[in-house]
Design a protein around this ligand. Structure first.
Ligand code: HMG
Ligand code: MG
Length: 302
């Protein structure tokens, strides 16, 4: 069966904008996030507290966060790779963070300058300190990249993914987001991975799925995950996105494409599709190119 409700974890402002050639002005980012919230999204990943030289597009995190203070009713998770990132995020009042690991050694090296084991060791004090934060425990998401294929290593063995997934949860992550960073997954592979995780005690209530749409499979993969019991789905408004440290990564599953399918299935999201589409059209104008989302194109005025 399918769930009655899906929680959309909106990543456009982070996964989308981290990949733009030129940095988007801070006030445009702030307006984007406000519009996403007004369209009914309740979990909106805002930015990353990573090294500004590694991701210059998000180097304005300190300027952006104070502009979101009125969004108290919205969860605004931020990416944090290490203790320095955690300190920066906590100083700005973040109550939700995400660490981001890799199932493959090559991507761990390119994205974090660490081995897989070293990156888990880097996250350990981050999660521990987040849980012991002075203003109460911080919610921690653990991303796991390259769960299906890696541009340098090829197909990624399921048991390798399960091992790192369990390690992230053992650190104390509240939820795990399975990343198809380069968009090569297909529904059968999704079912196989979810079944393997299940068998190892990683239940679907702790799992979110994070599909990129490189081969046009993101929506099919999502449906396969929903059929397996997953209820948290990552998507980016207008299909913005990619990853600067993974060649061949294109945009995420477009939130509008997701909402169109879920609306049709009678699955609740709380999202107003017309308002969301208008937001992506507005953002596309700011970026100077049309949204790749089929639903945005179908619903926007010609
Ligand atoms: P490093 O070069 O190994 O850093 O990078 P380090 O630990 O050696 O520190 C070097 C200097 O950087 C130090 O300064 C630190 O203080 C400073 P110094 O003492 O030399 O003056 N530094 C920082 N400054 C500000 N904020 C920080 C920070 N950390 C260190 N947080 C590091 C290691 C992890 C920092 C670097 O590799 C990095 O920032 N990587 C981020 C890459 C990234 O953001 N990638 C995109 C997100 S992942 C993704 O998109 C995938 C996802 O969508 C899921 C999917 O699709 O699969 C989530
Ligand atoms: Mg991603």
């Amino acid at each position: 069966g399918l769930p009655a409700r899906v929680r959309i974890h909106e990543v456009g402002a982070r996964d989308g904008l981290q990949n733009e050639k030129s940095a988007v002005p801070t006030e445009v980012k702030a307006e984007f996030i406000h519009r996403l919230a007004a369209a009914g999204l309740t979990t909106i990943e805002a930015t990353s507290f990573v090294h500004p030289k590694w991701v210059p597009q998000l180097a304005d995190a300190e300027e952006l966060m104070p502009r979101l203070r009125d969004l108290g009713h919205v969860a605004l998770p931020v990416l944090v790779p290490n203790e320095r990132g955690l300190e920066r995020a906590l100083a700005l009042g973040a109550t939700r963070i995400a660490v981001f690991g890799s199932a493959t050694e090559t991507f761990a090296a390119r994205n974090l300058n660490r081995t897989v084991a070293e990156s888990l060791a880097m996250f350990e004090p981050v999660v521990a300190r987040a849980k012991a934060a002075a203003d109460g425990p911080v919610h921690v998401r653990g991303y796991l990249s390259m769960c299906f294929g890696d541009p340098w290593e090829g197909p990624v063995p399921v048991d390798q993914v399960v091992r790192v997934a369990k390690a992230l949860l053992d650190l104390g992550c509240d939820e795990l987001s399975l990343g198809d960073t380069i968009g090569v997954a297909t529904p059968g592979h999704v079912r196989t991975l979810l079944a393997a995780l299940d068998q190892q005690g990683v239940t679907t209530d702790r799992i979110g799925v994070h599909f990129h749409d490189t081969y046009g499979q993101a929506l099919s993969n999502t449906l396969a995950a929903l059929q397996h019991g997953v209820t948290t789905v990552d998507a980016s408004a207008g299909g913005l996105g990619g990853c600067p440290y993974a060649k061949s990564a294109t945009g995420n599953l477009a939130t509008e494409d997701l909402v169109w399918m879920l609306d049709g299935l009678g699955i609740e999201t709380g999202v107003d599709l017309a308002a969301l589409t208008a937001t992506s059209v507005w953002m596309a104008e700011r970026l100077g190119r049309p949204s790749p989302s089929r639903t945005v194109r179908a619903l926007s005025p010609k």
